[in-house]
Design a protein around this ligand. Structure first.
Ligand code: KIV
Ligand code: ZN
Length: 506
């Protein structure tokens, strides 16, 4: 058995499907390029038949992103499979991923199909997909709640029909590591043609077991892991790519396997995704959280000074966390900035550099020393890309009986100016109300937090806003040395995400 684990990234499909993580076409392409630079083997670019926008996203990624295999998801329906095949036409390496639910609950209540009908549909789906490409993956949705003998029958039939990868999803995050191990082992021993396909796992994190279940599948013989950056995905998310990859690397002595991931790109890729989705990683998140390598207690700090391995099982540099002495400021030129960006693991095009350098100069006028965190914030940029833009804002606030007020001028999707003013419980509240009036969008604010992303009195603040709109949670993010401006920028990010979603739905 090979000791290479195929990393199948579904950030742009299962991840993007999760509340608050919708991405525009440009953002998906930027993320797909970052995933290719990270070294993932397969990028699941989307569900081509879901909408014209999804089709376009898969087709553009297939055309433009070279290196990984580009995959499109399809139900075992003719139209879905044909759309997937069409969207993948420009890909250097392509895969169609077809799925059908196999568990009794799904068969009886969702599909209203018998076991025989499910097998028939699975076989037809795989056969049709094979007419578009040789690389076909078949998933048994809700596999972990499927009768083991029936699961083995479906898998055998799908391989017989031409599936080259068989994926065993724990769709509802219900299974446990030992159950997952047994499931994969059973398939390996019970299915006569199992050697003709690669076994894969796709675990959701409802019980917080997605990474453990994926590793158990690998120990039982699975050779592909499906995962997402930052673990984003439906409900509690999917298996986190960075966690499973670093577990395999750090415990190579235990697992005896490897991946092709360039682990120094993990943190830059994770931060790019956070900036794009506005969904911020908790500080204590394994591998990529801000505290993942922070040692606070005196005993730990003493141990670390004596020998880093006393309390550190991975080197921060191995995931792209760099601490450098090159400090940038007002007089630094474009070259020094490019060097620093490269050192931090980012890749900026000449076009990006024009914007980044202009923002850098503006920041350097306000801050003496520009830290690595500031540079990172500049590179990933403000996530918001319109259609609404804040052209001007004026806020007043005070103590005692004074009433906070805000006046805003926005440029709308039609290019016109929208002017509004409002009062509120503080300058941020007043500004949010003025923006709601100007855009005609009313949202329910569920949370606002501002954290410092660099040190000192002139530190940049990162604001995170969470709102509910039409029953959906939407996140926004904004950065500035001024906390009111950071909060307003995060709120504009939310307004723009909602506007783009509404435009997509209409
Ligand atoms: O969770 C799941 O079952 C899926 C399949 C489509 C692979 O996402
Ligand atoms: Zn899933």
């Amino acid at each position: 058995m090979s000791d290479k684990i195929i990393i199948f990234d579904t950030t742009l499909r299962d991840g993007e499907q999760s509340p608050g993580c919708a991405m525009s076409l440009a953002q998906k392409k930027r993320m797909a390029k970052a995933l290719a630079a990270l070294g993932v083997d397969v990028i699941e670019a989307g569900f081509a038949a879901a909408s014209p926008d999804d089709f376009k996203a898969v087709a553009s990624i297939a055309q433009e992103v070279k290196g990984p295999t580009i995959c499109a998801l399809a139900r075992c329906h003719d139209n879905d499979i044909r759309e997937a095949g069409r969207a993948l036409e420009g890909a250097e390496k392509k895969r169609i991923h077809v799925f059908i639910a196999t568990s009794p609950l799904h068969r009886e209540h969702k599909l209203k199909m018998s076991k025989a009908q499910v097998i028939e549909r699975a076989v037809a789906g795989v056969r049709l997909a094979r007419t578009f490409c040789d690389d076909v993956e078949f998933s048994c949705e809700d596999a972990t709640r499927t009768e083991p003998d029936f699961l083995a029958q479906v898998v055998e039939a799908a391989i017989e029909a031409g599936a080259t990868t068989i994926n065993i999803p724990d769709t509802v995050g219900y299974t446990t590591p030992t159950e997952m191990f047994d499931c994969i082992r059973r398939l390996k021993t019970q299915v006569p043609n199992i050697d003709q396909a690669i076994l894969s796992t796709h675990c959701h994190n409802d019980l917080g077991l997605a990474v453990a279940n994926s590793l158990a599948a690998v120990e039982a013989g699975a050779r592909q892991v499906e995962c997402t950056l930052n673990g984003i995905g439906e409900r509690a998310g999917n298996c986190a790519l960075e966690e499973v990859v670093m577990a395999i690397k750090t415990r190579a002595n235990h697992f005896g396997i490897n991946t092709a991931i360039r682990t120094e790109q993990l943190l830059p890729s994770s931060r790019l995704l956070s900036a794009i989705t506005g969904s911020v990683v908790p500080r204590n998140k394994a591998i990529i959280g801000d505290n993942a390598f922070a040692h606070a207690s005196g005993i730990h700090q003493h141990g670390m000074l004596s020998h880093p391995e006393t309390y550190e099982i991975m080197k921060p540099q191995s995931i792209g966390r760099v601490d450098t002495s090159l400090v940038l400021g007002k007089h630094s030129g474009r070259h020094a900035l490019v060097d620093k960006i490269t050192e931090l693991g980012f890749d900026a095009t000449a076009e990006d550099m024009d914007r980044i350098f202009a923002d850098f100069k503006a920041l350097a006028d306000r801050k003496k020393h520009i830290s690595d965190a500031d540079i990172e914030a500049l590179v990933v940029g403000q996530a918001s890309t319109g259609p609404w833009q804040l052209a001007q804002m004026q806020v007043t606030s005070g103590t005692g009986d004074s009433i906070a007020s805000a006046a805003v001028v926005l440029l709308g999707p039609d290019g016109s100016e929208y002017r509004e003013a409002a009062t509120g419980d503080g300058p941020v509240d007043a500004a949010f109300r003025a923006i709601e009036r100007a855009t005609g969008m009313e949202v329910h604010l569920e949370g606002l937090s501002v954290n410092s992303i660099s040190e000192g009195i002139d530190a940049q603040g990162e604001a995170q806003v969470r709102v509910r709109f039409a029953g959906q949670a939407i996140h926004g993010r904004g950065i500035s040395t001024d906390i009111v401006a950071a909060s307003v920028s995060a709120f504009m990010d939310v307004i723009n995400r909602i506007s783009r979603q509404m435009a997509k739905a209409s």
